[in-house]
Design a protein around this ligand. Sequence first.
Ligand SMILES: [Zn+2]
Length: 317
Amino acid sequence: MSDFQKFLFEGLPVRGMVVRLTDSWQTLLSRRETPLPPEVMNLLGEMSACALLLQGNLKFDGTLILQVAGDGPVKLAVAEARTDLSYRATANVVAAVPTGANLADLLNVHGGGRCAITLDPSDRPTGVQPYQGVVPLNDAEARRFTRLEQAVEHYMKMSEQLDTKIVLAANAEGAAGMLIQRMPLEGEGNLEGRFGAERALELEDAFPRIAMKVGTLKPEELLGLPLDELLHRLFWEEPLRRFDPAEPKFRCTCSRERVGRMLVGLGREEVDSILLERDDVEIACNFCGTPYRFDAVDCTQLFQTEGGVAPPPAELH
Ligand SMILES: [Zn+2]
């Protein structure tokens, strides 16, 4: 069963959550038309776990979209997580993936890689763009990130000004992640005056100490240990309080209308050339593989209503 659980440390300004995707992750993989290279599959698993952690962390009412786009063999990879912890993910691979490729090899070969996080509220009025924040896949010294965690931690530091520690892991059986975040304290500048030196040090020290423990997690532990045992092994010395678990699920939100927009993106000429050879155009959802068919009449209507305007190139439907 896929699992998601939040926790905090009693009396300490640190909170966290852990996610593990098993059956839902396998469902997602089984719905793909073509299998992904293992390096890209693992990245998608880590992105799915990460999107759920960020969604759980922000408690955002709507869809959180985590995207990495770049100039390597992977053009774009997307993971979406919704308030109810349903999620989907897909990637667009345009060239051969070298064995053992890391994030930089996959998406940031020439330094053009970006990581974007979009918050699309469920009550967003039509015509209003959702909020999006973007960070490069390099640090301030232009060193390329080799792992997704580095990019997302960097993003959190820039956007929320909060220290965050994230660990992620994925393979063909599962995907998992843990997030730990330092909570802001009121009037943080003068902890010592408010609490006394010893307590101030304890509060200051909690995040780096707990983050260090999280950093020792091995991928096989994150993916394989029962969650109870995992949390106990890491935090048995800490005042851990756990909340009720929830269950993430794979769910696609595709529709005929959105897939139709993808066809419009291909362009009239391309669609007409397909229709010359066959009765209809069949196009499958990038996320869940559901096929959608459009015959010549459907296509004519599509181009009339959409006016032939192509969606932005980075968009997947
Ligand atoms: Zn779909």
